[in-house]
Structures are given as structure tokens and as C-alpha cells.
Design a protein around this ligand. Structure first.
Ligand SMILES: NC(=O)c1ccc[n+]([C@@H]2O[C@H](COP(=O)([O-])OP(=O)(O)OC[C@H]3O[C@@H](n4cnc5c(N)ncnc54)[C@H](O)[C@@H]3O)[C@@H](O)[C@H]2O)c1
Ligand SMILES: [Fe+2]
Length: 377
């Protein structure tokens, strides 16, 4: 068994400044900063510039990150540093910036294409080192071996899963989280809860991933609603940052399940926030999973959530959390169309995330769950 995570992980206030001694030790000379236009205007960006001026490391900036980065964007950013001496990537933002940065780290050291690396452990070359400064509290991408890249033509999200994509340094700086608006806080938090629950139920779960997953479930159940209602509550923000980090460690090592396999299709097709897709799907998939195998460890998940120790207790807690976060209940509310469900299911069955689900669904079973999920509960 292997258990992998970044070598250096920095949390709390002033976490960004703690990068100075760490990157000085590495003897790196030149960076690509991957961010977006909004983050480039942020205080966090100014603090990153100070890190570069104190370390005298050269840098270029690519600020065109967009939510759900696609293949073309990875290629454009890679082209931008071609023939330069860039020796590491620093990402500032949420999962989209980190996944784009991972894509650039991957492509800048090969002549192959993104699609050649889709799946598990397909990377056969060394990629550029990655430093992630994480400014949302959900994806865990700053610690994971996953990079999720959209394929606009096929209307899907591709999962590249490889230990070589695990960042070298992860930063979760509490101050940067305060500006997250409620909708982003809620949906990214539910993404993290989905990571923890799917990792805990995964066929690859083990004692180490369980410890991270259960603690993450506990912290998210206790702190997400408060972080949503009162974004300036530093304690709730700090707990959510650590929880989503732990959920990331858990799923990076134990992988995921059907919620993510389907969310990748829905998110890719309708360009919906990833956490929103997961939040709406999570109770519906748990119900389907529990019907097929009631002996799974829903009792422990319920205990961590402080609700009845059953799949029912867990489902109803998730529905209550969604409602408090103003997340809709049905798939039609977020724009999923009945006509698309057959295609969504066919593609979800090809997504590597479903492989570690504790139960497997047939195509018909999955169609049934999603058609039922179109309606309000
Ligand atoms: N690689 C992985 O392990 C993994 C896991 C789950 C999801 N993902 C992917 O991550 C992407 C979603 O990432 P995300 O949910 O973090 O959102 P995001 O990175 O797409 O960011 C969403 C928006 O929030 C803004 N934002 C970011 N930080 C902010 C802050 N502190 N204050 C105010 N605004 C802020 C960004 O500018 C952006 O406009 C999806 O593409 C998803 O598929 C990756
Ligand atoms: Fe996710």
C-alpha cells in the first residue's frame, strides 16, 4: 500500500509568506504563475509578488484561468512557457487554477497531448514541480494526484490521475478564504464532503484514508453552514480549509465513486460548478448505493455527522445541509435535461472515478436513479 501527499503543507494566517524559505531551499530560478483575472487583483496576489521579490525568482504570469479549464487552455498556457527556463509552476486560485497548472506541468515536458494521459498512471515522464496556493475550500486539488480537464468537443471532463501530479508544496492561507462568496463556499464545501464520503466508501479505502475521511466529514458537518452564513468567521474558515485538505488526501489515495463519475459529465455538458453537481447528486447516489448494499459503513458516517447512524440519517443530513446552503434539490433545477440522461450515463460508466465505487450499477439502474433525480424530493 502506498499513501502519498505533498511533502510540504502550510496552513493558517501568513501561510503564503512561509513559502519564502521553502522555495529558496529548492534553488528554483523561474516560475509560471497560473491564476485568473479576479485573483490577479487580490491581496493574495500582491503577497505572492512579495515572495518572488524576496527570493529573486523570475516569473511569468498566465492569468487566463477559467472555471473548468479545457484542453485548449492547457495548450495555450504550455505554449506561453515553451522555450523559457521555467522550472516550476505556482498556482493561485481554486481547483481550476491548480488543474490547469498541473496540465501545464505535464505538457511542458512532453510532445504528447492531454488525451494521452487520461486514466490512471499514464504519465511516463517527470513533470515540472507544482506549488499550489489554494483559495477555495473544496477540491483538495492542492494535494491530489488528479487533474480534471474539460473536453469541450466531447462535452465531458477528463480525469488524469497520477502520483506525478501531486504538488510539491500546498498552501491553505486562511486570509485568502475570507473573500469567498456564500455560493462558492457552499458548493465547494459540498464537493469536499463528497470527496470524504466517496473515499470512505471506496473499495480502495484503508485505515489511513479512513482517518482523513472521517475527520473531514466531522469538520464539514460542524463548520460548513457557519462558514456559509458568516464568511468572516476565521475559525470556521480554518476548519473548512483543513477539512477539504483532509478530504483531498483521502480521495487522492482511495479515489472516488459514482457521484464524481456523473458530476464530471453534468459539469462538462452544462458548464455547472463542480461542487453544485456533487451536492445535488450525493444524496441520490447514496440512496442507490445503500439499496444495493446496506452493510456499507454508513453507521460511521452518520456518527461523524452527529445524526442517526444509517444511510437514511446521512441522506437526510445532506439534504438539510443543501437546503441551508440554498442548493436546489433536483437535477432539473440545475438544468439537467431528460433527453441527455442516456448519454450522461454512457459517459459516466467510462469515467475512472466509478471504478472504486463499493457497488456497481448497470446502465439501466443509473438511468433510473438520474431520471428519478430530475424531480423534487
Ligand atoms: N484535481 C482535483 O483533485 C479536483 C477535485 C475536485 C474538483 N476539481 C476541479 O476543480 C474545479 C473547480 O474548482 P473550485 O471549485 O475550487 O472553483 P474554481 O477554481 O473554478 O473557482 C471558481 C471561481 O471562484 C473564484 N475564487 C477563487 N478563490 C476565491 C476567493 N478566495 N474569493 C473569491 N473568489 C474566489 C475564482 O476566481 C473563480 O471565478 C472544477 O473544474 C473541478 O472539476 C479538481
Ligand atoms: Fe470533486
Amino acid at each position: 500500500m502506498q499513501f502519498n501527499l505533498p511533502k510540504i503543507n502550510i496552513f493558517g494566517e501568513q501561510a503564503i509568506e512561509q513559502l519564502i524559505p521553502e522555495i529558496s531551499k529548492k534553488k528554483w530560478a523561474s516560475a509560471l504563475i497560473v491564476t485568473d483575472k479576479f485573483m490577479r487583483e487580490s491581496q493574495a496576489y500582491q503577497r505572492v509578488l512579495k515572495v518572488f521579490s524576496s527570493t529573486k525568482i523570475k516569473f511569468k504570469v498566465f492569468d487566463k484561468t477559467s472555471p473548468d479549464p479545457n484542453i485548449e487552455l492547457v495548450e495555450e498556457a504550455t505554449e506561453y512557457i515553451k522555450n523559457t527556463d521555467c522550472d516550476f509552476i505556482l498556482t493561485l486560485g481554486g481547483g481550476s487554477a491548480h488543474d490547469l497548472g498541473k496540465g501545464v506541468a505535464l505538457l511542458s515536458k512532453t510532445n504528447k497531448n492531454i488525451k494521452d494521459f487520461v486514466g490512471i498512471n499514464k504519465v511516463d515522464h517527470l513533470v515540472l514541480p507544482i506549488v499550489c496556493i489554494n483559495t477555495t475550500s473544496g477540491t483538495g486539488s492542492e494535494v491530489t494526484r488528479f487533474s480534471i480537464i474539460s473536453d469541450v468537443n466531447e462535452k465531458v471532463k477528463l480525469a488524469i490521475i497520477d502520483d506525478k501530479l501531486i504538488p510539491t508544496i500546498s498552501i491553505n492561507d486562511t486570509e485568502t478564504l475570507i473573500t469567498m462568496p456564500p455560493f462558492l463556499t457552499g458548493t465547494t464545501g459540498m464537493d469536499a464532503l463528497t470527496h470524504a464520503i466517496e473515499a470512505y466508501l471506496s473499495t480502495e479505502a484503508n485505515t489511513l484514508t479512513d482517518a482523513y475521511a472521517i475527520k473531514a466529514i466531522e469538520l464539514i458537518s460542524e463548520n460548513l453552514i457557519e462558514a456559509y452564513n458568516n464568511g468572516k468567521n476565521i475559525v470556521a474558515r480554518e476548519c473548512m480549509a483543513q477539512a477539504q485538505y483532509m478530504a483531498g488526501v483521502a480521495f487522492s489515495n482511495a479515489s472516488l465513486g459514482y457521484v464524481h463519475a456523473i458530476a464530471h459529465q453534468i459539469g462538462g455538458r452544462y458548464h455547472l460548478p463542480h461542487g453544485l453537481c456533487n451536492a445535488v447528486l450525493l444524496p441520490k447516489i447514496i440512496e442507490g448505493v445503500a439499496k444495493k448494499n446496506s452493510s456499507l459503513r454508513f453507521n460511521n458516517i452518520g456518527k461523524a455527522m452527529n445524526v442517526p447512524m444509517s444511510a437514511y440519517g446521512v441522506i437526510s443530513k445532506i439534504e438539510t445541509m443543501n437546503s441551508k446552503l440554498n442548493i436546489p434539490n433536483s437535477l432539473s433545477d440545475i438544468g439537467v435535461r431528460k433527453d441527455d440522461i442516456d448519454d450522461i450515463v454512457i459517459k459516466a460508466l467510462e469515467d475512472p472515478c466509478r471504478m472504486t465505487s463499493p457497488v456497481q450499477f448497470t446502465q439501466d439502474e443509473l438511468v433510473h436513479i438520474l431520471v428519478k433525480g430530475l424531480q423534487e424530493v
